[in-house]
Design a protein around this ligand. Structure first.
Ligand code: TXA
Ligand code: MG
Length: 333
């Protein structure tokens, strides 16, 4: 896999690879995406093969601007234009009725398509230079944690991508948002929030002029992000209330468990011999670091990662959702 920079010649090289049907991982503000020419079903099929992802899972189409929605969706409702105006470029995906020419490889055979304009200068520069749309799921193997740095992308694909279909990765530094986009489905009678992200329900409600419905987790193939045990490290993850942490660690010690801890507090001086990452009390900062922290703790050879539960508040909803999935629980939001 070639590692490209963000200068013009490197972006031109990425464009040439994409036009040749190859895959190029690129930074977005949320997580790194594994990009393919969205108008080339064979290239899109290579994304599924590289990720090890079942074919009935739709991928998001990344667009250079909101106007490009017209080429990919039909019967675009007014709410879509309003949300686009308010939040694009940015961490929001809209599910719309698919345009006639959109390949079933992208939609997973459904009559809908997910579209978004990413809020990252490198992603936008790539899309503009490419003069088309890029189908891009998160650049991780199926069921694993999304990558937020180039090293994460390399760790996912460099060793295992035997046929070399992931041709290159563009290094845009660490992702600013850190968790995947909010997904709003606008194809039903009322808007539905399929995946919470760092655009809060309150912000969406303001623009939609109605609170989106939060569907119960159906665990169906419709949105792979809604499968149980998604976004999970290899080490088992256990959610623990802050008030229970000390007792849980003591209990683990008594059983000879090697523990790793993701907390929002500093490691107490008497707690030695465990891996400990102190996260921020600010949800934006916490989210930005979350996946890198989970990957780091996953490398610690621990028997178990204890994750301290986050506040039950709207600003923390996306983080709470990802922690729940990482711990193999079903998503509630
Ligand atoms: O932030 C993001 O959205 C990142 C960056 C790379 O843009 N992308 C991302 O893609 O998270 P992916 O494929 O890992 O997750 C996209 C989610 C999946 O759960 C997929 O099933 C859902 O979006 N999705 C895509 N199109 C859909 C559709 N037509 N209907 C319902 N869900 C859809
Ligand atoms: Mg993903």
């Amino acid at each position: 896999m070639i590692r490209l920079g963000t200068c013009r010649p490197d972006l031109e090289r990425a464009v040439a690879l994409l036009r040749a049907g190859k895959l190029v991982a690129f930074p977005t503000e949320t997580v790194y995406g594994l990009g393919a020419d969205a108008s080339d079903p064979d290239a899109v099929a290579r994304v599924f093969a590289a990720k090890g992802r079942p074919a009935d899972h739709p991928v998001i189409v990344h667009l250079p601007d909101a106007g490009a929605m017209k080429g990919w969706a039909r019967e675009i409702p007014d709410t879509a234009w309003r949300l686009a105006e308010a939040f694009w470029p940015g961490p929001l995906t809209l599910v719309l009725r698919r345009g006639e020419s959109v390949s079933p490889a992208i939609t997973g055979g459904q009559d809908t398509v997910g579209v978004r304009v990413p809020g990252h200068p490198v992603a936008l520069a790539l899309l503009r230079a490419f003069q088309g749309a890029l189908a891009a799921p998160s650049a991780n193997r199926f069921g694993r944690i999304s990558p937020t740095t180039v090293d994460h992308v390399l760790a996912e694909f460099d060793a295992v991508d035997a046929d070399g279909s992931v041709a290159a990765v563009i290094d845009g530094g660490p992702c600013r948002v850190g968790v995947e986009s909010s997904i709003v489905d606008l194809t039903g009678a009322a808007p539905r929030l399929l995946r919470p992200g760092m655009i809060s329900i309150g912000q969406l409600t303001d623009i939609l002029r109605a609170r989106p419905i939060i569907p119960p987790d159906n665990r169906g193939p419709r949105a792979s992000g809604r499968l149980e045990s998604h976004y999970a490290p290899a080490t088992p993850v256990e959610r623990v209330e802050a008030s229970r942490l000390e007792a849980r660690i003591a209990d683990g010690r008594a059983r000879g468990e090697h523990l790793a801890v993701l907390a929002r507090s500093a490691r107490p001086p008497d707690q030695t011999g465990l891996e400990w990452i102190e996260m921020s009390d600010e949800p934006g900062v916490y989210a930005q670091r979350l996946y890198a922290a989970l990957r780091e703790l996953d490398q610690a050879d621990a028997d178990r990662i204890l994750v301290v539960a986050v506040p039950d508040q709207p600003d923390w909803a996306a983080i709470a959702d990802r922690l729940l999935r990482a711990s193999g629980g079903s998503a509630q939001a």
